[in-house]
Write a protein that binds this ligand. Sequence first.
Ligand code: SF4
Length: 457
Amino acid sequence: MLDATPRDSVMERKGLVSNPCKTCQPVGAIYAALGVHGVMPHSHGSQGCVAFHRMFLTRHFKEPAMASTSAFTEGASVFGGGANLKTAVKNIFDIYNPEVIAVHTTCLSETIGDDLHSFISALELPKGKRVIYCNTPSYVGSHVTGFSSMAAGFVNHLAEKSNETTGKLFVIPGFVNPGDMREMKLYLDAFDIDYTMMPDTTDVMDAPMTGNFELFPKGGTPLAEVKRLGDAAHTIALGEWASEPCANALKRKHDVNFDVLGLPIGLAGTDAYVMALSKFSAKPVPREIDNLRGRLVDSMLDVHQYLSAKRVAIAGDPDTVLGLLQFVLECGMIPAYVGTGTPGGNFEAKVDTILEKYGVAQDDCWRKSETDYFELHQRIIQNPVDLLLGPSLWKQIAKAEDIPLVRCGFPILDRYIHPLIPIVGYSGALHLLQMIADTLMDRQDALCEDQDLEFVM
Ligand code: SF4
């Protein structure tokens, strides 16, 4: 397994990514579009692209990810895809009848310079229907960039402002699972906050089995709420990379102020979310939330001896990785390697700020934005770790180096149920804590001598 990875030293590379810590922009754009009710995500490119994007989402969520395509062939690739888009939009409204078609580009349509604004402005649409768009060339950014661009696209194209405020809190949940969004909503409900969450993939990518296929499942942010976002009282953007561009778009367009928080992962991450909700609602923290926090702290103390000083490598999406980094530090672990494939946002400086907060020397943690699993593997060979934390993409390294892996984040392609179970909030942290402690203690059981196999470890 991974026999070609150099074992003597870390190879210097430029201009080559091998086994990236990310996937392409349209994957995120489709996921964001699926989080608004009655929307058909549309890929302006060739069929092969959208087949890959849908497959990737379906394998993570174990749910069908619907999307259409402009179906480029040689002609569109040479002469432009305007005619394909015109035909596609007519067919989609005639056959599937969505309320909105959310178009994103691909590498091909961006490279030939297709101008979506001109194409879409010239379309004749059925009454009341809309076509929105965003640009998602995959030779820059990542699926996280695509998600944030499509979320901002909904605001740019649909959000309106009247003279009457809704008083609502607009919550942008970040690139997280529907299980995480449900958990975030529990906190909003506990504070009795009137809110709009967008995108919201609950009851879309975790829809219950009813025996009937629904092209547009009942979940997703209602379009009527998206249109009224300009009247929101305030925005909370969870995750700088995935959510801040959307909050910024609403600020620029309709002057709605916003706060950017990290994803509510771990103790301090969830505390920040809870205090932001307390401030917005002008209410004290409800007793049930306080109790959830207390149970998490109790459990962290219980398992601390098994996690303390264990070396861990973390990879994945930057917002998720920063949340996980803070949580492992709260648990007394040593984050030996921290990496993401998504560019921008000064990732390393943010890692350093968190390390400083927890009194960890920067030399003890290798961190890098735009890294890949090939580089992480080489470094782990030089100085091994006790645990890998992140998506399924760690899998081959886990097998090659015989290091246990705790799966969390995106994508988890080779296991089930993860999208339904939160890793955010105090309960999510408890779930993470249990997975990490169980994995390390299973390892201890597996490696110890027979006479040392005890129930009290
Ligand atoms: S060509 Fe670009 S958009 Fe299409 S699958 Fe590949 S990276 Fe993604």
